[in-house]
Design a protein around this ligand. Structure first.
Ligand SMILES: *[C@@H]1O[C@H](CO)[C@@H](O)[C@H](O)[C@H]1NC(C)=O
Ligand SMILES: *[C@@H]1O[C@H](CO)[C@@H](O)[C@H](O)[C@H]1NC(C)=O
Ligand SMILES: *[C@@H]1O[C@H](CO)[C@@H](O)[C@H](O)[C@H]1NC(C)=O
Ligand SMILES: *[C@@H]1O[C@H](CO)[C@@H](O)[C@H](O)[C@H]1NC(C)=O
Ligand SMILES: *[C@@H]1O[C@H](CO)[C@@H](O)[C@H](O)[C@H]1NC(C)=O
Ligand SMILES: *[C@@H]1O[C@H](CO)[C@@H](O)[C@H](O)[C@H]1NC(C)=O
Length: 928
């Protein structure tokens, strides 16, 4: 450690400077093929966290071999040799059953995996060997563990909070599974952000200055490895009054979304792989069918990926694999046209997402000012050609969109965390799988009628809340929540959704609640179910409540209606239901006067209003005038108050169940063990490397003059011998040693060399330490000279210091000087190999003692106030008439400011003046 650093640290300790404590947050853009990690840490711009190979993205691959877990490039390399032990393209396996079409597609694409059903959950698991199974959640979680490591390494501190990107087409089950994977990885997921929303956020941040009230339409066309999406975004600036005053903020609204879940670079690569395989078989180099050999197929897959990329730029390329099968090589010229022929039907699907995006937005291509290409798949020339022909405009393909989703997501993470302040940028997402509520209602004739009500329709913005009111139920009942209005999707996309029935909710205690709230002045207003589509695109039933209106007589009102309602309400609300997010306020009877009166629709369609807004409306009846004005229908009615009674609801999930508590704990434990195993391996490697490099370090040093001089001959010889022994051991018996043995040997070498090394250090650092002490002595003496003038005797107007204080500092300075001269002389007489007499520590201690004393005096000066506050300014100005106008103006600045007269010397004046600042001596010492 350099002395300067040491000195600064010492000083910092004195003054208790707080350590930087803001907390970094991260984002992960986990795609099917690649993972990118974004970080934001205090004082550093948002950036990409590099992986262990210092690259900006890592293959989203994880593999297991001999109990060793590997990730990224290493895992991909294993994948070519042991395809069954290496897992990739995992994202789209989340939350699916064994007979899900996408699982079937995966099995067809990668036939060498052993995928088995998880009978408990109705999902799938990869079987690695007889004892080892992994669910997609567990595998994805372990990839996220790596993301966390990269981020923590990049930010140099532990990170927990993150925003994860999610394919926009992910349904409820898939989203929940990804959330749980994040949880298993030890992350606190602040939000799932749709990949296209993150991209549009990132794009918008850099252009927000150009937005105005007129909407600008931009289309993002993203073809990735696995899927393709087209999204139409409307950018504009909007006015809000959220904080009580008008503000303008940029906003991105998702207006239209189209996607194709199986169109992407991977499908092209697979077709090329199978083409190469077919050609190899046709060559008849061996009797074995190449398609039956997983390793050969993995090699062909890798080669197909390479050829696909080269063919994006070149018209033809040679595919070749050495020893593909049975030691036979493979070589084949592939032309770009051949590849395009293989994928003809795929290119026909390129325009599909654009079509649907426009259709769902109810807009046409001519409003779109820019089409931005995102994703590696859009680099395929044919894709661009087809797309351009369809959109009839130039494509913006030179924007660096590779990291746009990662950076958009980390921006959101910074916004959501408490430690950072970022410019507000509003994003409004849109529902792409509409949700409806269905229930059965007995008709007056006694039959049962199926009723459907749309809750969230297509392209409804979210986050948002919706309420549905059931008016006709007097006892327990249930309703279902399903996907609906999906006809705009291709039939296969609907199949990929899995079950379109999401949940059944059972409501209990309805009649009890009704009984509790009956009476002559009471009228029930139905049962309201409050739904929320939250920031992550997840649907929640927040709470269900019975609404009743009670007529309030004028005399009651005088007692204070509002406080009464308030207290009644809080009593009602103290039930078993957890409090809803909404503020419990009485509802206005004026809320829906028309609907309430009508007899026709017994069940009202879901309201469009957000409760936040509603809260404001709820507050209106407080103003009687206004209520009077708006509620014209009820002019003749007496005044009424609204009460809420919670109703218990139980959810029965009709889709794949998320992991329950027990399953989560088991998976977490499994991952923890694997993390530990990996950490142990890493620790062993590190301890071996440390030992090895320390030996080399010592051996190099022993050849340096400094070290030779500081050690006695026999001491040096002994160290040399120890080094040789360890060095030999390391390359023979020590190869397989465990961590503890390496660490023990390192400790031994440390203690053996400790004295020698510390002597060298002392000799090297001493001159600087002496210099530092001299500076400190000078400074203290100057201070003393000034301070002497602030005693009763010297300056009755300003008697800051007592004679004893002056004497103490004086003595300390003199003693320190004498001690220093004597000690330096003694040390200089010694041999370099003799034990040290004057250590750097001693010098530092002397400095510290002086520092303490001066600091005490400085603070006393700061606290000092004249006994009579009689025009001190003028007096000072008079006293120091020869020291210039500078001090004069300073004294007038603040009353508390005190100036020591330093005899007009500009430089010293600065020093002393600085001493009256908040952190007086610190700055001074930092210069040492
Ligand atoms: C908004 O900006 C666009 C281009 O950036 C411009 O053509 C248009 O006139 C602007 N509209 C208003 C109302 O300022
Ligand atoms: C799904 O829900 C609809 C409407 O509630 C119902 O008719 C249908 O039987 C349900 N299907 C399944 C498989 O539960
Ligand atoms: C959204 O809802 C899910 C499921 O209930 C929940 O886990 C999550 O914390 C909620 N909030 C956000 C911001 O994701
Ligand atoms: C009630 O509303 C009216 C009209 O909006 C307003 O003039 C009046 O000041 C309000 N009174 C109170 C007590 O808020
Ligand atoms: C409020 O209603 C009362 C009768 O209920 C009426 O006399 C009064 O004029 C109304 N006030 C306003 C401001 O409409
Ligand atoms: C002490 O103060 C007097 C008068 O205030 C001044 O003349 C003299 O120069 C000062 N001495 C020092 C060392 O600052």
């Amino acid at each position: 450690m350099k002395l300067t650093v040491l000195a600064v640290l010492t000083i910092l300790c004195y003054f208790g400077v707080p350590q930087i404590s803001a907390i970094a947050v991260m984002s992960v853009d986990l795609g099917s093929e690649w993972m990118k990690v974004g970080i934001v840490s205090p004082g550093v711009p948002m950036e990409i966290a590099l992986n262990v190979e210092s690259k900006r993205k890592s293959p989203a691959v994880i593999s297991f071999r001999d109990n060793i877990r590997l990730f990224g490039e290493d895992a991909a390399a294993i994948g070519v040799k042991y395809p069954q032990k290496s897992f990739s393209y995992l994202l789209d396996l989340l939350g699916k059953s064994i007979d899900h079409p996408l699982v079937k597609l995966y099995q067809k694409r990668f036939p060498y995996y052993n995928i088995v059903p998880d009978t408990e959950r109705g999902t799938i698991r990869f079987k690695l060997d007889e004892e080892t199974y992994f669910s997609p959640e567990e595998l994805v979680a372990q990839i996220l563990v790596k993301a966390k490591e990269f981020a923590e390494h990049g930010a140099q501190q532990p990170i927990k909070e993150c925003v994860l990107t999610v394919p926009g087409y992910f349904n409820q089950v898939e989203r929940k599974a990804l959330l749980q994977a994040g949880e298993l990885a030890g992350l606190k997921v602040l939000q799932l952000i749709n990949d296209y929303t993150a991209v549009s956020l990132n794009y918008g941040i850099f252009r927000s200055k150009t937005f105005n009230e007129t909407t600008q339409y931009v289309m993002f066309y993203d073809m990735g490895a696995y899927s393709t999406s087209a999204v139409l975004i409307g950018y504009q600036s909007i006015k809000t009054k959220e904080r009580g005053y008008p503000e303008t903020h940029p906003q991105a609204t998702v207006l239209g979304v189209g996607f194709d879940r199986t169109l992407g670079g991977l499908e092209i690569q697979l077709r090329l792989r199978d083409y190469l395989g077919k050609k190899f078989n046709e060559m008849k180099k061996t009797k074995t069918d190449v398609f039956t050999n997983p390793r050969a197929m993995a090699k062909l897959f890798k080669e197909a990926g390479r050829v696909k990329n080269v063919l994006s730029a070149n018209a033809e390329h040679i595919a070749q694999v050495e020893g593909l099968l049975d030691d036979k090589d493979f070589k084949l010229v592939v032309k770009r046209e051949e590849m395009e022929d293989l994928c003809k039907d795929l290119f026909e699907r390129v325009k599909g997402p654009v079509e649907i995006a426009l259709k769902t937005a109810h807009l046409t291509m001519d409003v779109v000012s820019q089409v931005v290409l995102v994703g590696a798949g859009t680099r395929v020339p044919k894709v661009q050609e087809v797309l351009q022909k369809y959109v009839k405009q130039d494509l913006a393909k030179n924007l660096n969109t590779d990291e746009a989703a990662t950076m958009g997501a980390v921006y959101r993470a910074a916004e959501l965390s408490t430690g950072f302040k970022v410019a507000k940028f509003i994003t409004k997402d849109a529902v792409i799988y509409p949700v409806q509520v269905t229930f059965e209602r007995p008709t007056e004739e006694g039959s049962i009628k199926q009723v459907k009500r749309t809750l969230f329709s297509l392209m409804n913005p979210y986050p948002s809340k919706k309420i549905i009111t059931f008016n006709k139920y007097t006892s327990d009942f249930s309703f279902n929540v399903n996907y609906a209005e999906l006809d705009y999707l291709r039939p296969e996309e609907i199949r990929y959704l899995g079950s379109t029935n999401l949940s059944e909710f059972q409501l209990t205690g309805v009649s009890e609640a009704l009984n509790k709230n009956s009476g002559k002045n009471v009228e029930t207003k139905g049962i309201k179910a409050h739904f929320q589509m939250n920031e992550s695109g997840l649907l929640n039933l927040l709470n269900v409540e019975l609404i009743v209106e009670k007529t309030i007589l004028p005399e009651d009102e005088e007692e204070g209606t509002l406080s009464k309602i308030g207290s009644t309400f809080s009593k009602l609300f103290g039930g078993e239901e957890k409090p809803a997010e909404e503020k419990p306020t009485p509802e206005t009877p004026a809320e829906k006067p028309a609907e309430d009166k009508e007899d026709k629709p017994q069940e009202q369609p879901a309201e469009e209003k957000e409760p936040v807004k509603q809260d404001k409306e709820d507050a209106k009846p407080k103003n009687e005038t206004q209520k009077n004005e708006t509620d014209t229908v009820k002019d003749s009615k007496p005044k009424v108050g609204t009460f809420k009674e919670p109703i218990k609801s139980t959810e029965h999930v009709l889709t794949i169940h998320p992991l329950d508590k027990k399953q989560l704990a088991e998976s977490a434990e499994k991952i923890r063990k694997l993390n530990k195993l990996e950490a142990d391996i890493r620790r062993r490697e590190t301890s071996m490397n440390n030992l090895e490099s320390f030996v080399i370090d010592i051996q190099t040093k022993l050849d340096e003059e400094d070290y030779k001089a500081a050690g006695k001959a026999e001491e040096v010889a002994k160290i040399r011998q120890a080094c040789d022994e360890v060095s030999n051991w390391l390359y023979e018996d020590g190869v397989d040693a465990d961590t503890e043995t390496y660490e023990k040997k390192l400790d031994e070498l440390h203690s053996l060399t400790k004295e020698l090394f510390s002597k060298v250090w002392e000799h090297r650092e001493r001159p600087e330490a002496i210099k530092a002490l001299d500076t400190m002595l000078n400074y203290s003496s100057n201070f003393l000279d000034n301070a002497k003038n602030l005693t009763k005797k010297a300056n009755p107007q300003k008697d800051v210091y007592t004679d004893i204080e002056i004497e103490t500092l004086h003595k300390l300075i003199v003693d320190t000087k004498q001690w220093k001269e004597k000690s330096v002389k003694e040390q200089d007489k010694l041999e370099k190999s003799d034990p040290i007499k004057l250590t750097v520590k001693m010098l530092m201690d002397k400095m510290a003692a002086l520092d303490r004393e001066v600091k005490y005096l400085v603070s006393k000066l700061k606290m000092w106030k004249p006994k009579k506050v009689e025009k001190p300014v003028t007096e000072k100005a008079d006293n120091s008439s020869d020291s210039g106008k500078k001090e004069e103006s300073r004294t007038t600045d603040t009353k508390d400011d005190v100036v020591i007269d330093v005899g007009g010397e500009e430089q010293e004046a600065e020093v002393t003046d600085g001493a009256t600042d908040a952190k007086p001596v610190e700055d001074e010492h930092l210069e040492l």
